[in-house]
Design a protein around this ligand. Sequence first.
Ligand code: PMP
Length: 361
Amino acid sequence: MTSLATKLVPEVVKNLIPYQSARRIGGKGHIWLNANELEQSERYGESESYNRYPDFLPHVIEKAYLEYSENVLGGAALQCQSLAVRGADEGIDLLIRTFCQPGNDQIIVCPPTYAMYEFCADSIAVNTVKVPLAEDFSLNVEAITPYLKDSKILFLCSPNNPTGNVIPHEQIVALLEASKDSTLVVVDEAYIEFAPHTSVVNLIAEYPHLVVIRTLSKAFGLASIRVGFLLADTSVMDYVARLIPPYPIADPSALVAKKALQEEGLEAMRRQADELVSIRNWFAEEVAGLAFVEKVYPSSTNFVLIKFSTDDCLYQYLLQKGIVTRNQAHDPRLARCVRISIGTRNSMQETLDALKEYPLN
Ligand code: PMP
């Protein structure tokens, strides 16, 4: 039976012959002169082989990530494939470039949500249909369904940035059922470690048109190494892997990622995530008690979205105090809202003190 991915993928991608790196077809040898590398170089870091290209596809960390997903986050992750990418952002871009053609195709997003889905679509002239979240930021499944048949990809984000809420499992299943013959469903789980039981990765076995996006930038605290993962069925991954530029993960990043995915690294991540959740809950409760705060939205992430009852969203005020937050005022749905990442207890105490000092008149 033809997979949905094969039905959706444009002819150009179907006919693409994947780039063959010199490393991949090199075979065995003791003198390597096939990749235009230098045989010697200066030593700048831990590695002795910065002169050599890294793995064409870093299978070791891809396998370690699948095992982490299977053992720690639950679900039948081992039945699917993982692809290491240069941060979740590259994953988003790759999915759009693999399945959408400029000028012809469209994706669906549900704002307010992460801006990169629309940005990446725009960058190659792919249309974006916007089906806004409801007033309480829940997903409007009935409003999405009519657009499925004419859209290549539905992007969902759970927990969602910037609203912080999780999409209920039943809604994702309902959309997976409705999209079986027409649309890939991508669930961006960048913040999943803060709500691990809500992962939908186990649904890939039943719904091979589901793709899950992950990253080491958030709970793992490794934003600077630029490592993320796509988790998907082979039928989808076969095409996406054709498009990824070779050597996606630089050696120093692969080394750190490997350590982070070993037992010790995972324990440290879990400890850090638990501590962060407790700081978040304390901060959210304190902020909710301030007279000029209309609402602190419930969060399953490492940030909180705050709506003020003043005209101002307090972004400028906090900035003057040297506290840099994310102004959401550009989005009319988020007027008077600011998104604050949760930092250390000290940083959050200082932020709280600054808010308490806000002159009301
Ligand atoms: N998805 C979401 C929902 C995000 O909030 C972010 C980062 N802000 C990303 C993806 C990108 O993550 P990465 O650093 O892995 O590119």
